[in-house]
Write a protein that binds this ligand. Sequence first.
Ligand code: LLP
Length: 420
Amino acid sequence: MKTSFYYQQQSLYCENTNLNAFAQKQSSPFYLYSKNELLQNCKAITEAGSGSDFLPCYALKANYNPTLLRLIRDMGFGADVVSGGELEFALKIGFPAEKIVFAGVGKSAAEIEFAIQTGIHSLNIESAEELKQTARIAARLQKKVRIALRVNPDIDAHTHAYISTGKHINKFGITIDEALRLYPAAANDPWLNPAGIHVHIGSQITEKGPFLKTVEFLLDFASLLKDRNVPITYLDLGGGIGVNYKNDFRDPDVPNSYISEILPAYINGLKDSGLKLVAELGRSVIATSGLLITQVLYRKQTPLKKFIVVDAAMNNLIRPSLYSAYHEIVPLNLDSQEKETVDVVGPVCESGDFFAKDRAMQPLKQGDFIAITAAGAYGQALASNYNLRPDIPEYLVDGETVLTIYKGRSISDIYDYYEQ
Ligand code: LLP
């Protein structure tokens, strides 16, 4: 899939908008998203499921800007939520309740009750105790609830330890043996409808292999449940499809996403099961549509390193600090073929506040703008006001038009919030 970002006459464009010209007129830093890129990702996901009874759900945790959520809703997506807050948000945005799935290792009684009352598609249950609690609440409300157990298939997703979830050392899910005991018990409970199997093996997975192993697991497990007379009607495949964090937009043929490589293989493997297929996708929907744009404040040099100090920081995008995540960083204006090796760092008082280490980049000077790429997922959603830095704005490019979709929150807004 081709990206919506490209260079023309040395300037970086998003759709028909010259980003260097746009950045000169804004206060920096800010997030900027491409509508076209987002819709293209949604379409590729929907196409991967064509021919199956497929419900793609968007994982709100990746980015919950309401304008972006409405665009995703209008592409026919449901929502994957992990808290009462996300459920409330998804409903306010207008995701139909019957297209919402609720996951999470620690749902409170109030959250379970809220979900059952709302009549969402299903709850993904993560432990024997949570199953009991859900049955108790459903009985009290006299409302039968559709559930899936999140089974931990012990598959290595070959991704960063903090975002790998399908191994037994992870806190997520229920072991196969325990799930095989719990399903028949749940099927005998008048208030539980254990109609699904849920898996999610991790995030930012860039190869088919772990998903193909998951296909085998799901088919085997579904047949074990059939033997035990547990009538399964759907599979919840989780999310986890990776994106290309190394695209520098110089070559339009470099793929931005692994959706079309991985998702059809995952879905096709399960098509013949005749079961409904639900997916929970965050990063692959929104990551590649977003950039974090920031301005160079200073250059500085020590005997060992050259630093480029920019006005964005780890409080705006924590992925490099938290997971040593690589994000390509590109200049909004290409003005040299030369390269120098630098660390790109923010102003926050932490050595962990960096966006790149020992990166070969075009020499940058005070006032230059750069874009940290593929920042649409787990960027603004994980932002904080650490060091009392304000919330930064978010813009959406639609062709030549740029809309403000979040104006940010100033320090005085934050102060007033405490004092009210
Ligand atoms: N379903 C479940 C149960 C999940 O835990 C997650 C993500 C998803 C779906 C969506 O996964 P995706 O399609 O986005 O890979 N902050 C980290 C990623 C944390 C992922 C948490 N769970 C990062 O920035 O890499």
